[in-house]
Write a protein of this length. Structure first.
Length: 143
């Protein structure tokens, strides 16, 4: 069991080191940007000699292009072993929160509501009786 834990610990340690590296890359990238652009740079990585900058929305890509030379210079200074010589911008849209809006599309007429209420009083099934009574209340809530 201990060798397995050591292997898992080694894998977790490697993941932690990778996370720290990518956080350091992100921090270095954000440090070279104006305040309004910083939060939109959500990831920095590299592929061979290409610095990859990841943004959350495409609208910020144009502004980022103005800062590419400075960013590339910063990364060349801080991480010379990477030998980066070009920049690529990727857009990684963040999922938006989906809100369900419950809408009542129609309300029963007053006559229908009264009939549902009286049916609800005569039906033996408690669940169906309550459902009819609740449905009849929608006529009263009709604006």
């Amino acid at each position: 069991m201990k060798p397995l834990l050591k292997q898992a610990n080694g894998a977790l340690n490697n993941l932690l080191q990778d996370a720290q590296l990518f956080q350091a890359l992100l921090d270095a990238g954000q440090d070279g940007l104006p305040l309004d652009l910083k939060p939109h740079l959500i990831g920095v990585s590299f592929d061979q000699q290409t610095l990859i900058l990841q943004l959350d929305e495409s609208i910020w890509a144009t502004q980022l292009r103005f800062h590419e030379p400075n960013l590339l210079g910063t990364f060349q200074t801080h991480f010379p072993h990477l030998e980066l010589n070009r920049v690529k911008v990727n857009i990684l849209p963040q999922p938006k929160e989906i809100r369900k809006v419950r809408q009542v599309t129609s309300y029963p007429s007053t006559e229908d509501a009264q009939e549902m209420k009286s049916m609800g009083n005569t039906i033996r099934s408690e669940g169906l009786s309550n459902a009819l009574k609740n449905l009849s209340l929608r006529a009263q809530k009709n604006p």
